[in-house]
Design a protein around this ligand. Sequence first.
Ligand code: PLP
Length: 355
Amino acid sequence: MRLTIDKSIKEIPYYPKAALYGGDSGWVRLSSNENPNGPSPKAVESIVESVFALNRYPESEYELKSALAGKYALKPENIIIGNGSNEIIETSFRALRYEGKDEALLPAPSFAFYPIAAKIYGYRPKIVPLRDLKIEPEAMADEIGERTRIVILNNPNNPTGTIFEDAQFRRFLERLPDEILVVVDEAYAEFVDSPAFPRSTDYIADHPVLILRTFSKAYGLAGLRVGYGIAGQEIVSYLERTKQPFSVNMMALVAAKAALTDERYLKTVLEGNRSGKSYLYRALTEMGVPFYPSEANFFLIKVGPGADDVTKRLFEAKVLVRSMSAYDLPDFIRVTVGTADENRAFIEALRRSLP
Ligand SMILES: Cc1ncc(COP(=O)(O)O)c(C=O)c1O
């Protein structure tokens, strides 16, 4: 190839994407923590209306920012919109570049994209293991060093579904030295029922905290790719400088804004998730299969040694779940809560797939 590639890029795993289950509708997709309910009808309607303006660049970012600012009682200048929250993870690494500060503190197991983004932008990931499958913010603070520039916390944490609480977050922030950005990825926050979950927007005025949210999960718009970040205005201004202009397309912007107003849809999604989780917990308890209760729309199930085999057998039954062997949890699978029918199909297939 006559090109020498940097080691940090070579280390990033590469999975060529094969069209394994593309056009076939028979699959039960419980592997990517998607919303099983279809998109909000209001979002769909807004997309239909927007298509006649597709000859224009998407100028409506500010309208979505204003709508979000209203929701959080903040200013539009506190909000950054991204092509999925993934784009904002990348943007934060780009904007925070600073000589001599090249370490990113990351929890593990957690969302697989964090170490990838860190490496792409020349940071050295420093991994802090979970404790009892939970992110312990103070254990992260213990690992902060001279070169630390970014700390990522995921709340609820993917893949464990566990949360850290407001008091824990406050103690962590009190110990935080200067020159460090704290990214709090709250992709699944809408699903949380615990009253102890941090109101993290309360901290952005006094701390370098960037909160990430997404329309991919509770709002059911994963296919459109739209997420957002919330932070102090100065932080947002630097993130904006390093982000592609118009990175979020027009249909995504209008659909996200419409989805925000669709309270009925969100209520249906959250109730479906709660009742789906109760059903799955009950069925697994009856089967004697251990699992970890979660605050999100997915949870871990301990299937014993051979999670890869169980995942493969479920795949043969056209049920997609995620084996956790690549996450250093070789006894576990992660399953997303589906529709009532999908949850039943999963339990039936699991009965036949366990060793
Ligand atoms: C913890 C976490 N953060 C971010 C994302 C990415 O979300 P988006 O679709 O907004 O890029 C995911 C997607 O699975 C996730 O699990």
